[in-house]
Write a protein that binds this ligand. Sequence first.
Ligand code: OMP
Length: 234
Amino acid sequence: MVRKTGLIAALDTQDPAQATAWAQAVAPSAGAIKLGLEFAYAAGFQAVADVAGSAPLFLDLKLHDIPNTVSSAIRALSYLRPKMLTLHASGGRAMLEAARKACDEAFPAHARPALLAVTVLTSLDDQALAETGITDGARAQVLRLGKLAIDAGIDGLVCSAHELAPLRDTLGDKPLLVTPGIRPAGSAAGDQKRIMTPTQARDAGADWIVVGRPITQAADPAQAAAAIAAELAA
Ligand SMILES: O=C(O)c1cc(=O)[nH]c(=O)n1[C@@H]1O[C@H](COP(=O)(O)O)[C@@H](O)[C@H]1O
């Protein structure tokens, strides 16, 4: 299957003016902008709504709580009209199903966001995961949580590019697979552990790659985003 892999630019900042400038800079190259915990906590949800005027919104709140709280939170944020919304797969089946139901009820059918379940954070390697009690490695845990989330009606998964091939083998083409931990050749990994380049992630089957600091910390964020989009299209 020929897959078109899109770019999501992660705009991690506390400053609305900075987020707006970055959103405008990346808009020609990115299919969505990602605003998450740092921006929402610092600048508030009105600022999220304002910045989201520039591009489709990936709202990365990584919901993880009891089913009633997660479904109520989804109803409460529905006015933001995100294109994608994250929650943690490790919240379990009942939470995932409650989120699916809340999403279906709170959004009109034409404006439903893709619900994306975060499997194992890309900042974790097998050793760090073992300290949490998961001793058979990131790949096994991503597959376990990925199957659970898709079975519970979730639209897609957030995983590292290293798990794309086994997930596609197990779950097929339909689930949206979104991969952070992407580093263009030569850029610093920072706190990310399970990383790949944009080309490698595309070739392994990503629908979307998420890139933050390699764009936002570049001397010219517009040019950095354009270069990544060009790499994906090559
Ligand atoms: O849910 C996410 O987007 C996410 C999941 C994950 O496992 N790893 C991960 O890095 N992210 C997010 O993706 C972005 C990656 O940013 P950079 O490391 O700067 O490219 C950050 O905004 C993270 O919050």
